[in-house]
Design a protein around this ligand. Structure first.
Ligand code: NAD
Length: 352
């Protein structure tokens, strides 16, 4: 079994590769363009294994994709390459349309051309697994959960681009018979998370004694999913999911942003005391334009049908995450000194 993982130098893709190559002995070709978010150090623990290889390529490049399919002969595609940060999509939506929509289209076409010429048995077994987000469903009020039948209502350029890609994947199944499965997941956190997102940014700013920005009043709710739980869920769906189906994946761990930041402060007080409580660094800043209020996933389908459930609670997962950042300074110090210093993103939409 050989899996072509797109975006494997990113946060979730690298967790999938560490699981597949490192724990399950599945061969992987990591296809990644190495944008600002891509970092091969994230797959360093398995990079020397015989079942792992890397190819630098852009999913918008159809000719490159055709060559890679032909040379690598994968049995499955797990598609995680994307522009993934909502704030960046507000400042510059074009890259999101190009990679998430056009890139997914090019990947679908390359996969279809390759799959349609496979011998019957391999054609039957082939899978295209598309990885997407709960943000395609829009925003919840105080009650209720997103299910697989919740109507799409994306609110940000990022979520609109992901919704578009979901629709393309669905159409390639219904129109051409491409054997697809799609997963929509909630907010991930864990080791190797690029420090522009809430949890790693808070940990690193806290360690450096810098302000801890909280958007608006901090009451927005996210459903936090530990990335290694997510990687197991993805492999479960990729190998056992029913064709053409969508599965929602969440951590069953709803928290307000302010409670997440406070929990990190308390862990830092315990694990890396600085002489004053980290909560004193919290600063409420201008809200994200169009900030969705609440996301929360109903995971009944994936747990009843496929037997997956998260292993980590938010408390155990967060403690592991903070400990990982404390033990892996060289990984994030390289990013903080080069590509991203923690500056505020995503306010261009608020400028009038
Ligand atoms: P990430 O930003 O950490 O990684 C994305 C990877 O894709 C990077 O390695 C980057 O170099 C690569 N990439 C970007 N554009 C590319 C292109 N044109 N061609 C080839 N490679 C390209 O993202 P992530 O957090 O690991 O997210 C992975 C997937 O999961 C994305 O599709 C994202 O929409 C989805 N998702 C993420 C979350 C989350 O909380 N992180 C939640 C829901 C869904």
């Amino acid at each position: 079994m050989k899996v072509l993982v797109t975006g494997g130098a990113g946060f979730i893709g690298s967790a999938v590769i560490r699981l597949l190559v490192g724990e399950l002995g599945v061969s992987v070709v990591n296809l990644d363009a190495l944008t600002y978010a891509g970092n091969l150090d994230t797959v360093a623990p398995v990079a020397d294994r015989p079942g792992y290889s890397f190819v630098k390529a852009d999913i918008r490049d159809g000719a490159a994709l055709a060559e890679i399919f032909s040379a690598e002969q994968p049995d499955m595609v797990m598609h995680l390459a994307a522009e993934s940060h909502v704030d960046r999509s507000i400042d510059g939506p074009a890259a999101f349309i190009e990679t998430n929509v056009l890139g997914t289209y090019r990947l679908l076409e390359a996969a279809r051309a390759y799959w349609s010429k496979l011998p019957a048995e391999r054609r039957e077994a082939f899978r295209f697994h598309h990885i997407s987000t709960d943000e395609v469903y829009g925003s919840l009020g105080a009650e209720g959960l997103f299910t697989e039948t919740t109507a799409y209502a994306p609110n940000s350029p990022y979520s609109a681009s992901k919704a578009s890609s979901d629709h393309l994947v669905r159409a390639w199944h219904h129109t051409y018979g491409l054997p697809v499965v799609t997963t929509n997941c909630s907010n991930n956190y864990g080791p190797y998370h690029f420090p522009e997102k809430l949890i790693p940014l808070t940990i690193l700013n806290g360690l450096e004694g810098k302000d801890l920005p909280v958007y608006g009043t901090g009451e927005n709710v996210r459903d936090w999913l530990f990335v290694e739980d997510h990687a197991r869920a993805l492999w479960t769906v990729a190998t056992k999911g029913r064709l053409g189906e969508v599965y929602n994946i969440g951590g069953e761990a709803e928290r307000t942003n302010i409670s997440v930041v406070r929990a990190i402060c308390d862990l830092l007080d315990e694990l890396a005391p600085s002489g004053r409580p980290h909560r004193e660094l919290i600063r409420f800043v201008t809200d994200r334009p169009g900030h969705d209020v609440r996301y929360a996933m109903d995971i009944t389908k994936v747990s009843n049908e496929l037997g997956w459930r998260p292993r980590e609670s938010f408390e155990t997962g967060l403690a592991k995450t903070v400990a990982w950042y404390l033990a892996n300074r060289p990984w994030w110090e390289a990013i903080r000194s080069q590509s991203y210093q923690g500056e505020r993103l995503g306010l261009k939409g608020a400028e009038k």
